[in-house]
Design a protein around this ligand. Structure first.
Ligand SMILES: Nc1ncnc2c1ncn2[C@@H]1O[C@H](COP(=O)(O)OP(=O)(O)O)[C@@H](O)[C@H]1O
Ligand SMILES: O=P(O)(O)OC[C@H](O)CO
Length: 498
């Protein structure tokens, strides 16, 4: 019986592989971290070979320890850190330079120039994005401009480029497939989300040759097979790759948000909130991004997306920089020891504020301190601060979508905080639902592969078995605290001078 699905989840700090049953139980998993490179302030790079090697080894280890024979695996699904851009030689497959990671700010000045030259609306109308260094397009441009001979070689077809999904597909298929799925393409600032193709005008504006880019493909279907000779994967040669998506969209899919209006928030280092808006793209009036969730059998599902740049990272700050907790879970324990926040608000704008505020010059702020403030109040303020920022994002989504949300599905490492989940439900006034097993990104990739392999015929047929998760019903009215939060937010805004 080919009843298993293998998900490869290539993330920003580690590569993971999880083998699932078709009912969604985890049979086996493996995780391998890799190096981060910070060659200059604000720059972040990855070594493409380290990414690949860690991912291949994780896959091999996961299957080897599972006791499942490769022949029992119906399909492989990929999920990946999005926007990270790289290039490699068509002939040898060797990477040319390092990958420029999504967090890297090296193209910020060029993006400011695009805004000043009045391109914001044209970019937004076609791509659903705002000109920002976050997206891949200006990273591709940078690679071509700063690598000797690259532009000439790219134009001759000697070099290929892509995001991490393309790099994995190329290597897994032994150089047969140069493609990128819609959910990754739409994060480049070069992709027309309405026509679902690369946009000639934007490619010209960013000086990126169109022939250099991978072929856009749907998120499920025949994406190739694992070639013989792929390092570490000799035993997996011949396995079909049947699904791929950017990790945040994969998580939305894995959370089962198939209906318009359903949304999820992932609480990790930052927060990523995605709402399914159905088959019509909704252009935000409130600073959110419009993207493709997935393309399946000719139908495109669109999403609204917003992110909080610093969420779980504020807990890391309390631990590593202030030293007032020893481990993240201490933060919850302390927060629960005080009856309220004691008037303390922590705005974690360490690197500015993302959607819906978009303030590059905001900075982290703690207000309301008194001589009675304890570390428990600070811990509580940090957790509340994550929930307030999520509430700000969701309020913007509700305005754009023109309807209130019914519930919020959550996942990610920081979603284990019971205190924060309850506070989130109180603030939003709707239930917050956390699945028992929170590896929704990998499960989303597995589901896309399962659809491509024919295990199910539509997303609605996918049913995950297992222990139910936990739902947090709203209990306490937090409108007074939320109003005070808005005041704290104003104190954090426009702090740094340009
Ligand atoms: N009990 C907890 N309460 C609050 N935050 C937590 C808790 N446990 C972990 N975190 C936070 O979760 C984050 C890690 O989540 P994870 O989903 O692994 O992030 P990422 O994928 O961004 O690396 C860290 O920033 C950590 O501070
Ligand atoms: O690798 P993650 O989980 O931090 O996700 C990164 C996002 O895809 C960036 O947009």
């Amino acid at each position: 019986m080919t009843d298993y699905l293998l998900a490869l989840d290539q993330g920003t700090t580690s590569s993971r592989a999880i083998l699932f049953t078709r009912q969604g139980s985890v049979v086996s998993s493996a995780q391998i971290p890799f190096s981060q490179y910070y060659p200059q302030p604000g720059w972040v790079e990855h070594d493409p070979l380290e990414l690949l090697d860690s991912q291949l080894r994780a896959a091999a280890q996961c299957v080897a320890q599972s006791g499942v024979r490769p022949g029992q695996i119906a399909g492989v699904g990929l999920a990946n850190q999005r926007e990270t851009a790289l290039m490699w030689e068509r002939e040898t497959g060797k990477p040319v330079g390092r990958a420029i990671v999504w967090q890297c700010r090296r193209t910020a000045a060029f993006c400011t120039q695009l805004r000043e030259q009045g391109y914001t609306e044209a970019i937004r109308a076609r791509t659903g994005l705002l000109p920002d260094a976050y997206f891949s397009g200006t990273k591709y441009r940078w690679l071509l401009e700063h690598t000797p001979g690259a532009r000439r070689r790219a134009e001759r077809g000697e070099l290929l480029c892509g995001t991490v999904d393309s790099w994995l597909l190329w290597n897994l298929t032994g150089g047969k497939v140069h493609a990128s799925d819609y959910s990754n393409c739409c994060r480049t600032m070069l992709f027309d989300i309405h026509r679902r193709c690369w946009d000639e005008t934007l490619c010209q504006l960013l000086d990126v040759p169109m022939g250099w880019l991978p072929q856009p493909v749907e998120n499920s279907g025949d994406l190739g097979t694992i070639a013989s000779g792929v390092p570490h994967l000799q035993d997996l040669a011949g396995l079909p790759i049947r699904g791929a998506a950017g990790d945040q969209q994969a998580a939305l899919f894995g959370q089962g948000c198939f209906q318009a209006g359903q949304l999820k928030n992932t609480y990790g280092t930052g927060c990523f909130t995605l709402m399914n808006t159905g088959e019509t793209p909704v252009l935000s009036q409130n600073g959110l991004l419009t993207c493709i969730g997935w393309g399946l059998e000719g139908k495109t599902t669109y999403i609204l997306e917003g992110s909080v740049f610093n969420a779980g990272s504020s807990i890391q700050w309390l631990r590593d920089e202030l030293g007032i907790i020893r481990q993240a879970s201490d933060c919850d324990r302390l927060a629960e020891q005080v009856p309220d926040n004691g008037g303390v608000y922590l705005v974690s704008a360490f690197t500015g504020l993302g959607a819906p505020h978009w303030d590059m010059y905001a900075r982290g702020t703690v207000v309301g301190l008194t001589r009675g403030t304890t570390r428990a109040h600070l811990c509580r303020a940090a957790l509340e601060g994550i929930a307030y920022q999520t509430a700000d994002l969701i309020a913007a989504m509700e305005r754009d979508a023109g309807r209130p949300i019914q519930s919020l599905r959550v996942d990610g490492g920081a979603s284990v905080s019971d205190f924060m989940m309850q506070y989130q439900a109180d603030l939003l006034g709707v239930p917050v639902e956390r699945p028992a097993v929170v590896e929704t990104t990998a499960w989303g990739a597995a589901c896309l592969a399962g659809l491509g392999a024919g295990l199910w015929h539509s997303p609605q047929e996918i049913a995950r078995e297992g222990a139910p998760g936990r739902a947090y019903a709203p209990k306490t009215d937090r409108s007074r605290e939320y109003a005070r939060w808005q005041k704290a937010l104003e104190r954090a805004k426009a702090w740094e001078e340009a």
